[in-house]
Design a protein around this ligand. Structure first.
Ligand code: FAD
Length: 458
C-alpha cells in the first residue's frame, strides 16, 4: 500500500488544499498530521489567543476528516522528529507540505527535507496554499522583491491564479498511526473574553455571511470604526481555515468596488510576505533604517504601560487598545492610529508595540504584524515615512458620533461629541468627576520630538 503524509501547518482546512489533493492522488492512504512544534512555544509564539483559536481549528479539522472516514493525527515535540516518526510508522514514501515564508519556516523546511531524504523519502512543498501569489513569483527588474506596494499590486492583479481545488469526499488513514488527544480551547489560560471561534466551518460560515451582507459595502465602510464592517477573515487566513486563492477567485466573480477593495487588501498580505521572504531580518530589524534613537522600556516605561492598558488619555487610542485585549482583534484603522501614536507621537521603539500586538492578536502574524508596524513607524515600505496620524482628527473622521469610543471607554460614555474625543477640554467639577487620565503627551510636543529626532538623523 502506498502511503503519504500531509503535514498541516498554517493551512488547517480541507477545501482548496493542494497538498492534500496531491497526496490523495498519489497514495492509497494518507496520514493527516499536525505537530505542535515545541520550537513555536520556545519562541513565545504560542500566545493564549492563538493557542485557543488553534485548538478550535484542530478540533474542526479532525471532525471534518472523520466525516470523510479519516481523522487528524496530532503529535507534540520537535516537528522534524515527529514527522519522521510518523513517516516510519506509516511506512510512507512522501510528505506533502504547504510553503511558508518566514525564516523560521525556511529553516524548518530545510531540516525536514534533509531528514526525509536521508531516510529515502521525499518532501513535496506546494505553493499558493497560504498566499494567492507566492513570494518570488513577481520581481521587479532591479531587485529580488518589490519594496513598494503600488507597482507590486499592478503586477499581482495580472497573475493567473491556480484553480480552486474541491474538498475530498473520502480519506483513508492507516489505523496503526498513533496520535495524542486534541488540545482543548478551554484549557488555555489568559484568553480574551470575546475571542472569536476558530475552525474551517466557522471560517466558511463567516465567508458566506460576509458575501451576503458585508462585501458590497466594504469599500465605503471599512474605515468606519464603529460599524465594524470589515471581513474579520484575518485569523482564518493566518491559520489557513480560509484559502486566499479561493477568496480572490470568489471576489473577482462578484465584482464591484467592495470586492475590488477586498482583493486589494489580500494583495497587501502577499506583498508583506514577499518582503519578509526576501528580507527575513525585517521581522526584527528596520527594513529601511532611519537610525532612530527610540525611547525604550527604560526611558518611556510609564507611557508604554499607559498605551498597553488603554489609559493614554486619548479616547480613541484607549478604545482600540481595550478592544485588542477584549477580543484579541483590532480594527485596521485602529491598528494604524494606535501604532502611529506609540511609534511617532510617543517615539517608542516599534518592536515594543509589535510584541504587544503579537501577544494579543488572534491573527498575530510575523509578516503582517512586523511589516505593518514598520510601515507605520516609517522604517518600512511606506513612501511617506514621516507622516504622523493625529488621534483626535482620526477619531473625528472615523468615529464621528463617538460610538466606538463609547463602546470601549464607558467612563466617557456620557460626554457629547466632539468633547468625547477631547475630554481634557472639560473644566471644573465635570472634569474632576471623570475617572479618566489626562493625556500622557501633548500632541504638538510629541510631533516636535518626532520631527526633531528624524531631522537629527538625516
Ligand atoms: P479586512 O479589511 O476585511 O481585509 C481582508 C484581509 O486582507 C485581512 O483579513 C488581511 O488578511 C488582509 N489585509 C488587510 N489589511 C492588510 C494590511 N494592511 N496588511 C496585510 N494584510 C492586510 N494583519 C494580520 O493579519 N495580522 C497581524 O498581525 C497584523 N498586524 C497589524 C499591525 C499593524 C500595526 C497594522 C497597521 C496592521 C496589521 N494587520 C495585521 C493588517 C490589518 O490591520 C488586519 O489584517 C485587518 O485589520 C484584519 O481585519 P479584517 O480581516 O477584518 O480585514
Amino acid at each position: 500500500m502506498h502511503v503519504s503524509v500531509v503535514l498541516f501547518t498554517s493551512d488547517l482546512r480541507l477545501h482548496d488544499h493542494p497538498p492534500l489533493r496531491a497526496a490523495l492522488e498519489s497514495a492509497d492512504a494518507v496520514v493527516p498530521l499536525f505537530v505542535r512544534d515545541r520550537a513555536v512555544a520556545a519562541a513565545g509564539f504560542d500566545a493564549p489567543n492563538r493557542s485557543a483559536f488553534l485548538a478550535d481549528c484542530l478540533t474542526d479539522l479532525d471532525a471534518a476528516l472523520r466525516e470523510r472516514g479519516g481523522r487528524l493525527v496530532v503529535r507534540s515535540g520537535d516537528l522534524v522528529t515527529e514527522v519522521c516518526r510518523a513517516v516510519t510508522e506509516a511506512d510512507a514514501d512522501e510528505v506533502h507540505l504547504a510553503a511558508a515564508h518566514s525564516a523560521f519556516a525556511a529553516r524548518r523546511e530545510d531540516r525536514l527535507r534533509g531528514a526525509l531524504e536521508a531516510a529515502g523519502r521525499r518532501l513535496f512543498v506546494h505553493d499558493a496554499v497560504t498566499v494567492a501569489v507566492p513570494p518570488g513569483e513577481l520581481t521587479p527588474s532591479s531587485s529580488d522583491h518589490f519594496a513598494v506596494f503600488t507597482p507590486y499590486h499592478r503586477q499581482w492583479e495580472q497573475v493567473r491564479l491556480r484553480a480552486v481545488v474541491g474538498a475530498p469526499r473520502r480519506i483513508h488513514v492507516p489505523d496503526h498511526v498513533r496520535g495524542e488527544p486534541l488540545p482543548v480551547r478551554d484549557d488555555v489560560a489568559g484568553v480574551s473574553p470575546a475571542l472569536p471561534r476558530g475552525g474551517e466551518a466557522e471560517g466558511r460560515r463567516r465567508m458566506a455571511a460576509y458575501w451576503r451582507r458585508g462585501l458590497d459595502a466594504y469599500d465605503d465602510t471599512r474605515d468606519d470604526l464603529a460599524a465594524d464592517a470589515t471581513s474579520r477573515f484575518s485569523a482564518h487566513l493566518h491559520f489557513g481555515t480560509l484559502s486566499p486563492v479561493e477568496l480572490v477567485h470568489r471576489a473577482r466573480r462578484r465584482d464591484g468596488a467592495g470586492a475590488q477593495a477586498l482583493v486589494r487588501q489580500l494583495a497587501w498580505r502577499d506583498f508583506h510576505r514577499q518582503v519578509l521572504a526576501a528580507r527575513p531580518g525585517a521581522a526584527h530589524a528596520d527594513y529601511r533604517t532611519k537610525r532612530d534613537n527610540w525611547r525604550t522600556r527604560h526611558t518611556a516605561h510609564a507611557d508604554i504601560e499607559a498605551w498597553r492598558e488603554g489609559r493614554t488619555g486619548y479616547p480613541v487610542v484607549d478604545a482600540a487598545m481595550r478592544q485588542l485585549r477584549h477580543e484579541g482583534w483590532m480594527h485596521n484603522r485602529a491598528r494604524l492610529l494606535t501604532a502611529s501614536f506609540l511609534a511617532k507621537t510617543l517615539y517608542v521603539d516599534w518592536r515594543i508595540g509589535a510584541a504587544h500586538f503579537l501577544h494579543w492578536l488572534v491573527d498575530g502574524d510575523i509578516a503582517n504584524n512586523q511589516l505593518n508596524w514598520q510601515w507605520v513607524a516609517g522604517t518600512g515600505t511606506d513612501t511617506r515615512p514621516n507622516r504622523v496620524l493625529n488621534p483626535v482628527l482620526q477619531a473625528k473622521r472615523y468615529d464621528p458620533d463617538g460610538t466606538y469610543v463609547r463602546r470601549w471607554v464607558p467612563e466617557l460614555a456620557g460626554l457629547d461629541t466632539p468633547l468625547l474625543h477631547e475630554p481634557w477640554k472639560l473644566r471644573g467639577p465635570e472634569r474632576a468627576a471623570l475617572d479618566y487620565p489626562d493625556p500622557v503627551v501633548d500632541l504638538s510636543e510629541g510631533l516636535d520630538r518626532f520631527r526633531r529626532a528624524r531631522a537629527a538623523q538625516r
